[in-house]
Design a protein. Structure first.
Length: 88
């Protein structure tokens, strides 16, 4: 089993209940659900930082480039496209 750090965290009761439900529906534990959510958030932030750095060096992406990137990401993630307008 991989090594784990134990942390004590506090949540508003409604949020803790929502996480409990989501974890049960996913067939996982509260901790595993939070770990996956945190991992996704960190990856998303890393991607945003990389995009910002690229745009600083190369100029802003065009709307067509942004739309192509969003479509490609959705295909790779096998999800339905959402409104991914800039700044969202």
């Amino acid at each position: 089993m991989p090594q784990r750090d134990k942390r004590s965290v506090s949540f508003p009761p409604e949020l803790a209940e929502a996480i409990d439900r989501a974890a049960r529906e996913a067939g996982t534990t509260f901790s595993a659900w939070l770990s996956e959510a945190a991992t996704r958030r960190l990856r998303a932030e890393q991607g945003r930082r990389a995009m910002a750095a690229w745009e600083r060096d190369n100029g802003p992406l065009t709307e067509a480039e942004l739309a192509e990137g969003v479509a490609r990401a959705h295909r790779l993630l096998s999800t339905e496209p959402e409104d991914m307008s800039r700044g969202a």
